[in-house]
Design a protein around this ligand. Structure first.
Ligand code: FES
Ligand code: FES
Length: 157
């Protein structure tokens, strides 16, 4: 079936198998590589993207279910190929090691702070609890997210 979607601001149309995961469609068919596959069953969060305004694990959706959707991945946060302010804050705090999970965390934090720029540490931990960083950079991520909160708060005003 043909699937149409807006991906990082670009309208695309591509063929998808009926049982093709949105994860595989974005990553393998469309070549958007920040969306990573690690567990394929909703446990690690490395496949996170924003689908119609909500952070979603793309291994839990079929590509055909995303027909007509507006999807943003880490590549789409910065615009014009540059890093977004949130991505720069992650770099500044060294909130990554191997970087495998980082695009997904950045996408989820962007969603979280857009929704609630005043999220408490507890709320942040709870929202990110469905994601795994095998390098264990959680202690670097939290200060980065605290700094980013000020940015998102300013945007909301
Ligand atoms: S690959 Fe989707 S949650 Fe792990
Ligand atoms: S930075 Fe390596 S898995 Fe998170």
């Amino acid at each position: 079936m043909k699937v149409n979607m807006r991906l990082n601001g670009r309208q695309i149309e591509a063929e998808a198998e009926d049982n093709e995961l949105l994860l595989d469609f974005i990553r393998d068919r469309l070549g958007v590589k920040s969306v990573k596959a690690a567990c394929w069953r909703g446990e690690c969060g490395t496949c996170m993207a924003i689908v119609n305004g909500k952070a979603m694990k793309t291994c839990l959706m079929l590509a055909v279910e995303a027909d007509g959707a507006d999807i943003i991945t880490a590549e789409g946060l910065g615009g014009q190929g540059g890093l977004s302010p949130l991505q720069r804050i992650f770099v500044k705090h060294g909130a990554m090691q191997c970087g495998f999970c980082t695009p997904a965390f950045v996408v989820n934090v962007h969603y979280l702070l857009t929704e609630n720029p005043e999220a408490s540490d507890e709320e942040i931990k709870e929202k990110l609890s469905g994601m795994i960083c095998r390098c264990g950079t959680y202690n670097q991520m939290l200060p980065a997210i605290r700094e980013a909160k000020r940015l998102y708060l300013k945007r909301k005003k």
